[in-house]
Ligand binder design. Sequence first.
Ligand code: HPA
Length: 273
Amino acid sequence: MLERIKSTAAYLKDRVSIKPQIGLVLGSGLGRLVEQVENPTTIPYSEIPNFPVSTVEGHAGNLVFGNIHGVPVVMMQGRFHFYEGYPMEDVVFPIRVMKLLGIDSLIITNAAGGMNPIHEVGDLMLINDHINLFGTNPLLGKNIDEFGPRFPDMHETYTHSYLEMAREIPCEIPVHEGVYVGVSGPTFETPAEYKYMRIIGGDAVGMSTVPEAIVATHMGLKILGISVITDLGVEGKIGSVSHEEVQEAAAKSSIHLSKFVQDFIHKHSLTLH
Ligand code: HPA
């Protein structure tokens, strides 16, 4: 596995001169964030050796290299979901490649169902912790010692200093903070499941992010996680939900999320210099 990751990273280093500092994962309906990239180099996943191929509707599959506020970044426009049938090692493969390309920080975005009663559709939520309900873990199996320890500490998966920075960023739409519950999907939750996830401490639920955050933490990356609330799993407000509605709601907020992420990267670059 390590050799596969290394050979993919070597291919990309050959093809692109940019050495990215920050990696970004763009969730459902959030692919427009790539429009913020200056001097983009777009590489379709299908051209990258060892990369899985994105299948789900509404998720383009590209790695996009470029700059945001002068900071070199690499973006995943489209991710690999466990519900598509990929093994966990494929779901997290690009995160490990991005680490070998040189990133030290990862910004993960997603669309999620809001379970906190203060949530409204379209709001943002900074992820301050997660609960893994995938029923599996991307680090199962032989540990890759080059990446990190056998038993990774998870007490600060979502970097506190990043949360502090993010809290200061002005935004035209509400920005909450809370715990993201990660599930395999592909089913949306039953009302009883939403209730359960709320009781165990969840504020939002979605079908991604947790595997990526686990391997990123294993490799020592700093993480900022942001959910767009696309539907509500709040008692009394639960209705039907579809993938189309999720994408539409995410797309509506994506302009605000784009600006938020840009401002974060700008702020982050100022603290480094
Ligand atoms: N549940 C699970 N995943 C989701 C949801 C949801 O309500 N909304 C967007 N992704």
